[in-house]
Design a protein around this ligand. Structure first.
Ligand code: NDP
Length: 278
């Protein structure tokens, strides 16, 4: 079985590569943006014509949430048009597309976990382009899984955990917002889930939520990162208003994982347990 991973130099792409040797039955093609620019439609079409690909995991995305507010054209090209080109190529070649999306498709006004059928209403450019990207996938590729995830971290790339660890090197105290509530996702756990979906050979296409289990604020997450790494830096809770950013974030973006757990029979670790294993 041949699995193409786009965005291979990103943190999820690298996390899939990290566990790839556990799946000897899968022949992986890891394509970075240099190998396969998903905004180049001709290149995408040719790539799929030249390779026989059973599954495509699209991790490629414009992920700079704040910068997207001033670079909406670029975010649109990558997250919307890139997704469309991949979806069309997958449809033409009979490839199943696993497309990664985000909790930022929601506005964060809920008070109970979001299910896959809840109303979307993104409040920033990044979330809007990711939602449009989902719609392109749904419109152009019958065999698709859209996996919405949240607060992804890993030992690879740029993420909240690595930022906290870096800042703690030269600061005794850090201010971290405590009124945005969600769930961290260990990128390796997400990678394993994607490969479980592929191995299941399932045709239960559609949207699925995935994160680790539990609920916390960024402040709770930061405190736990320092606790498990035995770092003495103090974390001060602050409200979102005290840390203004160009893009608004949903205040609450916990995802309900009942569907993915039931259909694929997976156990999901708590975010604290998973953090310990990073
Ligand atoms: P990263 O930013 O680490 O990786 C994204 C990758 O996409 C980069 O390697 C980048 O390559 C690549 N890319 C950008 N433009 C193109 C292009 N035109 N063609 C091909 N590749 C391109 O993101 P993550 O790994 O963290 O995210 C994976 C997925 O998860 C994304 O869909 C993201 O939206 C989603 N997600 C992420 C969350 C998070 O907290 N990180 C939360 C929720 C969802 P290059 O570096 O060369 O530009």
């Amino acid at each position: 079985m041949v699995v193409l991973v786009t965005g291979a130099s990103g943190q999820l792409g690298q996390s899939i590569a990290f566990i790839a040797s556990k799946y000897p039955e899968i022949q992986f093609i890891f394509a970075s943006s240099n190998d396969l620019d998903i905004t180049n439609e001709d290149r995408v079409t040719t790539f799929f014509d030249q390779n026989s690909i059973d599954y495509c995991i699209n991790t490629a995305a414009y992920t700079a949430v704040d910068k997207a507010e001033s670079e909406s054209d670029k975010a649109y090209r990558i997250n919307v048009l890139g997704s469309q080109y991949l979806a069309k190529a997958c449809q033409k070649s009979g490839t199943t597309l696993l497309h990664i999306s985000t909790d930022f498709v929601f506005d964060g006004t809920a008070s109970v976990p979001y299910t896959e059928t809840d109303t979307t209403n993104p409040i920033g450019i990044y979330g809007k382009t990711k939602l449009e990207g989902e719609n392109e996938v749904t419109a152009h590729c019958d065999k698709h899984f859209i996996i919405r995830t949240s607060w992804v971290y890993s030992q690879f790339g740029n993420n909240f955990m690595k930022t906290m660890l870096r800042l703690a090197l030269d600061r005794d105290a850090l201010n971290v917002v405590n009124d945005q509530i969600g769930t961290p996702t260990n990128a390796v756990d997400l990678a394993e889930t994607l490969l479980t979906i592929i191995q299941s050979n399932s045709t239960m296409y559609g949207i699925y939520n995935f994160s680790n289990e539990g609920v916390c604020s960024w402040y709770d997450f930061a405190k736990e990162i320092f606790r498990v790494n035995a770092i003495s830096t103090t974390v001060n809770p602050i409200p979102t208003e005290a840390y203004p950013t160009p893009a608004k974030r949903p205040a609450y973006s916990v995802l309900d994982k009942t569907k993915i757990k039931t259909i694929f029979d997976i156990n999901i670790k708590s975010w604290q347990e998973s953090l310990l294993q990073t």
